[in-house]
Ligand binder design. Structure first.
Ligand SMILES: [Zn+2]
Length: 304
């Protein structure tokens, strides 16, 4: 899933209205050792000794237009603008989703899957292709309707209160959603609640160590808050280690960071291909990590 394009918002000092978001680390709470990370015209970011960077305050202006009302067609149009037409590149997205689900299935038994932030249903399609029952959660009612029309189970809601009973799912997918909440502990507590013991979660988030963001945080779009009061912006940036620590405190065990290069349950033909490509892929992924070239990272964790 591609990150939304950054909307340039430049606010002059006198007209800024501060909107406090968080004063404590979303992972460590009051124990975190904080320092100012970067201050931009529309956002102040703090970094914690645990490795997280989080939005402390964002700024709005009296002249800022309220977000447009999301009637049905506007919602779908906005998603199509952001993620491209439903059909273009759909196959590539479904293939990538299938790869990610298969990463999870190396550590977790097959079972019902929940995709939080299911967008236009690429992951739901991949789950269906893999023979897994699947459900999706989206904020936008029109997008939910679109998924239902395609024959998927989809519900409208937010990640801090999942509209399903306890232990309902075996697999949870969260692709580029966890950075969108200022309270990831609440979101992960909900994920844990709806997961069965031994179930697992796949998480993809922007990589705080991405070299361009680190080289010039004052100008990189990572740190220009684009939310403006509705749930569109990023609130927390993670490193793999910082996210692993947070997951450990929330009752998860991290099994894998970055893509699996060999799938335990792949077909013999697929596995032979993976084995042949293994040295090259291993080298490639080591280089991506060493030079901080990853804009996002993947992580698989199992519910203890
Ligand atoms: Zn912390």
């Amino acid at each position: 899933m591609r990150a939304p394009r950054h909307r340039k918002t430049l606010l002059s000092q006198p007209e800024r209205i501060p909107i406090p978001v968080r004063s404590e680390c979303p992972s460590c709470g009051p124990d975190g050792q904080l320092r100012t990370f970067v201050q931009r015209s529309n956002a102040d970011w703090e970094s914690c000794s645990c490795g997280l960077v989080f939005l402390k305050t964002h700024y709005t202006s009296p002249a800022a237009a309220p977000p447009p009302a999301q009637d049905g067609s506007a919602g779908v149009a906005a998603y199509q603008q952001r993620y491209g037409q439903y059909d273009s590149r759909q196959q590539r997205r479904v293939r990538k989703s299938a790869q990610q689900i298969t990463d999870l299935l190396d550590f977790v038994e097959r079972g019902p899957l929940l995709d939080i932030g299911s967008s236009m249903g690429y992951t739901l399609q991949a789950a269906r292709d893999l023979g897994l029952p699947a459900a999706g959660l989206e904020m936008d009612g029109a997008v939910v309707e679109r998924c239902r029309q395609a024959g998927f189970e989809a519900r409208q809601g937010m990640m801090d209160r999942l509209p399903w009973p306890d232990a309902h799912f075996q697999l949870v997918i969260m692709k580029h959603v966890l950075e969108h909440t200022p309270d990831p502990r609440q979101a992960l507590a909900e994920v844990r609640r709806v997961l069965r013991p031994g179930g697992g979660v796949f998480i993809a988030v922007p990589n705080l160590h991405y070299h361009r963001a680190m080289r010039d945080p004052q100008h990189h779009r990572f740190f220009s808050f684009s939310g403006d009061g509705h749930a569109d912006g990023h609130y927390v940036y993670y490193t793999p280690d910082a996210l692993a620590r947070l997951l450990a405190t929330m009752g998860f065990e991290v099994k894998r960071v970055h893509p699996q290069l060999l799938h335990r349950r792949a077909t013999p033909v697929a596995r032979a291909g993976q084995l042949a490509a293994l040295p090259f892929r291993a080298l490639w992924h080591a280089a991506l990590t060493a030079f901080n070239l990853r804009k996002e990272f993947w992580l698989v964790a199992v519910r203890r």
